[in-house]
Design a protein around this ligand. Structure first.
Ligand code: ZN
Length: 383
């Protein structure tokens, strides 16, 4: 699809790298020496959550935040975990997870299916249904990933790529919000996670769809800063879509330029194409409630060349979240008002981390004896 629309780089942000049929080049030959500060995370201590010392009946603040967020623990996630533990006792069965560690399996899954379907049906309010759905997804992924995934890079511990990721500061005039679908939370092939791995959680903030603690925090910032400072990267079919160059005329206060007061908020919807529609609608409903008007959407004009470089196969027709961020930063770099922020270097930092992730995932597949060719794989079985 992208190839058919070379002029307009539509960003859907299928957050997962759906295929590994790419050839991974050495990062040096691909991108040259990195101009950004290569303060490798290898010099920083990597804190892994100590499962054995924790009270496994709930998720504590330290464990929760180690996955890439600064928010308090979502209360409904802990409620779901408590219910799962109670069910274990009631049914005298142990919670087990599938090979991806994100879904329940075995006898316990059968029991839990009945219980969560009944609970879901009992909720009459669609908002409550969504919150329960999200909390349950996240609770299961958290429990299944404990002791299995590295909390920073969301890869299996033996594949941890943290030591190869170089951190970089995002220009203070920019704030990225990763609005992530719960089904993409803790997925090894998610690429949105790279943004806070590189820029830090205060510059690239995770906001989980349906998790009130996250959504409220994000909207509090948006309300404070105003609609003109919030941009959603999404091809809005029902309204005018802006380009990056329009940002200046719509929200950049030239008189205040240089004072460092203006922060542009960019929302990247991090989910599959089908899921992203519901996520986008939820954002717009909230925007209309607050401002009586929808969020402004932008689509990118460039980025196709980058995608050709990274594109694993023809069916990967929409870009991944990290590539969308790279495209955004490169385009902003060419806007005069943003040109001094060194956004190209920040884009290269993400580009570098994406290469590292692709290489780690490929290495994993090869080690596990799985195909890395285009023909031999399906879109959703990367991990
Ligand atoms: Zn790691």
């Amino acid at each position: 699809m992208l190839l058919l629309r070379p002029k307009r780089f539509l960003v859907c942000f299928n957050s997962r790298i759906k295929s590994c049929g790419f050839s991974v080049k050495r990062q040096e030959s691909l991108m040259g020496p990195k101009p950004f500060s290569a303060e490798s995370t290898s010099s920083q201590p990597i804190e892994h959550y100590n499962v054995a010392s924790a009270d496994e009946s709930f998720v504590g603040l330290q464990e929760w935040q180690a996955w890439g967020t600064t928010s308090p623990v979502p209360s409904m996630v802990n409620q779901v975990i408590r219910d799962l533990k109670i069910l274990e006792k009631e049914t005298d069965s142990h919670m087990t997870f599938d090979g991806n560690h994100g879904r329940l399996s075995g006898d316990f899954k059968v029991q839990e299916d009945k219980k969560h379907r009944a609970k879901y049906a009992s909720l009459v309010d669609s908002e409550k249904k969504l919150q329960f759905f999200s909390a349950r997804q996240i609770a299961c992924r958290l429990l299944g990933s404990r002791g299995y995934l590295c909390q920073r890079c969301w890869l299996a511990s033996e594949d941890c790529m943290c030591s190869r990721v170089a951190t970089c500061s995002l220009a203070k005039q920019l704030h990225i919000w990763l609005y992530m679908h719960p089904k993409d939370f803790l997925r090894q092939n998610n690429t949105g996670k790279l943004l806070w791995q590189v820029f830090g959680v205060h510059a690239a903030t995770l906001c989980l769809f349906g998790i009130i603690e996250h959504e409220e925090k994000m909207w509090n910032v948006f309300e404070l800063e105003g609609r003109s400072k919030v941009w959603c990267l999404y091809p809005n079919k029902n309204a005018a879509t802006f380009s990056v160059t329009d940002i200046v005329s719509h929200s950049w206060d030239l008189e205040r330029q240089g004072n460092g007061d203006d922060t542009m908020n960019f929302i990247l919807i991090d989910g599959t194409w089908n899921n992203s529609n519901a996520m986008f609608r939820r954002l717009q409903d909230r925007a209309k409630l607050i401002w009586g008007n929808e969020l402004r959407c932008i689509s990118l004009n460039t980025g196709a060349s980058l995608m050709h470089k990274l594109r694993p196969q023809p069916s990967w027709d929409r870009t991944c979240t990290a590539a969308a961020a790279i495209g955004l930063l490169y385009e902003l770099q060419h806007v005069q008002e943003f040109s001094s922020f060194e956004l190209d270097k920040q884009a290269e930092a993400i580009e570098h981390s994406l290469e590292v992730l692709l290489e780690a995932l490929t290495t994993r597949r090869v080690r596990m004896g799985r195909s890395i060719s285009r023909r031999g794989r399906h879109s959703d079985d990367i991990v």
